[in-house]
Design a protein around this ligand. Structure first.
Ligand code: FAD
Length: 393
């Protein structure tokens, strides 16, 4: 079946439709509204600010230059900076608890630790202030009918399905995108997903007295151990979000850590300086899910003037380069430039967008996989450390 290119008779001032009100979807809605469009956002989850949603991932994210530029583009940089912690260097913890450091840039340059939930909530607050945007929560897109330009939505609050027409649809519904799923059924749509043999698990280093940070606050901490690693990013409340990246199978893997005793003795052996700071280690290890790591590549990212994918929906990458969200935010910057240039010519905007962005997204996907090896292994190599020392002089 070839891609349907239906020319709709709906007038140009019909609202634009966004599926997925996560990090990229909420920023995109702001960008579209600032261009003068009315926007309707459909989000599967409940409003995360109303405390009903326990599903959202709690991990921290590193926000860097391309992300800041996108936030700056609509003047929300300062609102986000209030909840961000600068990280000036990475600090490596060896197996004896000794520390080495590598600056992230010249003096004063930093990447920033932000909570995923905190950032999403801040963006949604900003969306609320934008009269042109309406966000509908509890709305799961189940099917996209590209030929008729309709969405089949499940309303979780009402427990019923309903159909919404759209004119131009933006798919920002993440790595397992329902919008992309409809495109996958069209002719000559390329798609691949590649999982790592590693999963990740979130753990916590707790805050010290009076919400103090018990290891250096302004750093990304890494416990590189060759075939696996743990990292930690600071939170505003003094705690750290740790992520263990660990093989699913093999001699040292999730399958070999089956009891609380095995977890404790393994951590005491390989992460001895972290264990005393993780009082809920065993409980968290068994209660928190083990999540997978996927790279998604696809092309094209658009259907005629009808649909465009952005963020993880079009280019999900593994997290080791800290660029997934940043790249999704940068998608908004690029789209904004094209909207300014081409007005309502969505066909040209969508084609130009994918032409410009695809090579960058592919490069980022490759770098992200490559950087896993660097973080878990090469950053602990004495030759690498020496070289870094020379470079930073
Ligand atoms: P998502 O964040 O996945 O949001 C998608 C939204 O769509 C969600 O709100 C979801 O509820 C909604 N949705 C999904 N399906 C439907 C549907 N059918 N109908 C309606 N709504 C739907 N990136 C960085 O830049 N820096 C980092 O340090 C970093 N660290 C990471 C660490 C880990 C462990 C992982 C897994 C990722 C990390 N990333 C990082 C990547 C980053 O999380 C993603 O790139 C980013 O979340 C993509 O945003 P998104 O809005 O495209 O997708």
């Amino acid at each position: 079946m070839s891609s349907p290119a239906v020319t709709s008779s709906i007038p140009e001032n019909e609202p634009l439709t966004v599926v997925g009100g996560g990090l990229v979807g909420s920023l995109l809605a702001l960008y579209l509204a600032r261009q003068g469009h009315t926007v309707e956002v459909f989000e599967r989850r409940a409003d995360p600010r109303k405390g009903e949603n326990l599903e959202g991932r709690s991990i921290n994210l590193a926000l860097s230059d391309r992300g800041w530029r996108a936030l700056q583009g609509i003047g929300v940089e300062e609102a986000v900076r209030e909840v961000a912690i600068p990280l000036y260097r990475r600090v490596m913890h060896d197996q004896r608890g000794q520390l080495t450091m590598q600056p992230y840039g010249k003096e004063g340059q930093a990447i920033y630790s932000v909570s995923r939930a905190g950032l999403n909530q801040r963006l949604l607050d900003l969306v609320d202030q934008e009269p042109r945007v309406q966000v509908r929560f509890n709305q799961q897109c189940r099917r996209v009918d590209l030929r008729n330009r309709t969405l089949e939505m499940f309303d979780a609050a009402a427990g019923s399905n309903h159909v919404w027409p759209y004119q131009h649809l933006f798919g920002t519904d993440g790595a397992y995108s329902s919008v992309r799923a409809a495109m996958q059924k069209t002719d000559r749509f390329n798609y691949s997903q590649q999982y790592l043999n590693y999963g990740y698990k979130e753990l916590t280093i707790v805050a010290g007295p009076e919400n103090s940070w018990v290891i250096e606050k302004n750093a990304l901490h890494i416990w590189p151990r060759g075939q696996y690693m743990m990292i930690a990013l600071p939170n505003l409340d003094g705690s750290f979000n740790c992520t263990l990246f660990f093989p699913y199978e093999g001699a040292v893997s999730f399958e070999t850590l089956q009891t609380p005793e095995q977890v404790r003795s393994f951590f005491e052996e390989v992460f001895p300086d972290a264990v005393p700071l993780m009082p809920e280690l065993e409980q968290e290890f068994f209660e928190n899910p083990t999540s997978s790591l996927v790279t998604v590549r696809c092309y094209p990212w658009s259907v005629a003037d009808e649909v465009l994918l952005l963020g993880d929906a079009s280019h999900a990458i593994v997290p080791f380069y800290g660029q997934g969200m940043n790249a999704g935010f940068e998608d908004c910057t690029i789209l904004q430039g094209l909207m300014a240039q081409y007005g309502h010519d969505w066909l040209t905007i969508f084609r130009e967008f994918q032409r410009q962005r695809k090579p960058n997204a592919d490069a980022m996907a490759d770098l992200a996989v490559y950087n896993f090896e660097e973080m878990r292994d090469r950053v602990a190599d004495p030759r690498f450390l020496l070289q870094k020392k020379i470079e930073s002089k």
